[in-house]
Design a protein around this ligand. Structure first.
Ligand code: IMP
Ligand code: MG
Length: 183
C-alpha cells in the first residue's frame, strides 16, 4: 500500500479522457491522424484516449528522456524513434504532463521538420507555470509533483489507477522504514 493522496480520481480521469477523445474525433474527422505517445509516461493515457476516439487513426510511440528524479536535466534525448514515415500526416503528440515544455517543444519541431501536415499536442496534465509551448488539448491543471496513471517518481507509481500528489518527505518512511518496500 502507499499513502499517496488522490488529486484526480479514477472516475474524474475517465470522464475527462472520454471528453478529450470525443473532441479530437470531431476535429480530426477525415484526417486519419497519427497519435504519437511519448513513453513511458503517456502509455496509460494513450490507451484510454484511443479507446475514446471513434474515427480512423493510427498510433506509434517515441521514447525521450529529459528528467531524473523531480528536477529537469535540461536536455532531451531520443531513446526510441517512430517506426514509420510521417510526411503529410496529421500528428497528435500525446504527453502525460507539460512542465517546462522542453520535451514537447523539441518533439514538435522535430516532427514538423520531418514534413508532417500538422503537429498538435495533447497533454493530460499541465503544470501552472510558464512553459515554452501551449498544448492544443489539455485535461487537468496542477501545481504539484504528481504520480500515477502512467506518471512516475524514479520509475515507481506508474500503476496507480488515479493521479496523486507525491511528497518525497512523506514517502521516506514508506520507502525506507519498517513498511519498507524497497525496489
Ligand atoms: P518538461 O519537458 O519539463 O515539460 O517535462 C515533461 C516530462 O517531465 C513529462 O513527460 C514527465 O515525464 C516529467 N514530469 C514533469 N512533471 C512531472 C510530475 O509532476 N510527475 C511526474 N513526471 C513529471
Ligand atoms: Mg517521467
Amino acid at each position: 500500500m502507499n499513502n499517496i493522496p488522490i488529486l484526480f480520481s479514477k472516475e474524474e480521469i475517465e470522464d475527462c479522457v472520454h471528453k478529450l477523445g470525443k473532441e479530437i474525433s470531431r476535429d480530426y474527422l477525415g484526417k486519419n491522424p497519427l497519435f504519437v505517445g511519448v513513453l513511458k509516461g503517456s502509455f496509460v493515457f494513450m490507451a484510454d484516449l484511443l479507446r475514446s476516439v471513434d474515427i480512423p487513426c493510427s498510433m506509434d510511440f517515441m521514447a525521450v528522456s529529459s528528467y531524473s528524479g523531480v528536477k529537469s536535466t535540461g536536455s532531451v534525448k531520443i531513446n526510441k524513434d517512430l517506426s514509420e514515415d510521417i510526411a503529410s500526416r496529421h500528428i497528435i503528440i500525446v504527453e502525460d504532463i507539460l512542465d517546462s515544455g522542453l520535451t514537447l517543444t523539441y518533439l514538435k519541431r522535430l516532427l514538423q521538420a520531418r514534413g508532417a501536415a500538422s503537429v498538435k499536442v495533447i497533454t493530460l496534465l499541465e503544470k501552472e507555470v510558464d512553459h515554452a509551448i501551449k498544448p492544443d488539448y489539455c485535461g487537468f491543471r496542477c501545481n504539484d509533483f504528481v504520480v500515477g496513471y502512467g506518471l512516475d517518481y524514479n520509475e515507481r507509481y506508474r500503476n496507480l489507477p488515479y493521479i496523486g500528489v507525491f511528497n518525497p518527505e512523506a514517502q521516506k518512511e514508506t520507502l525506507n522504514g519498517v513498511n519498507g518496500i524497497l525496489d
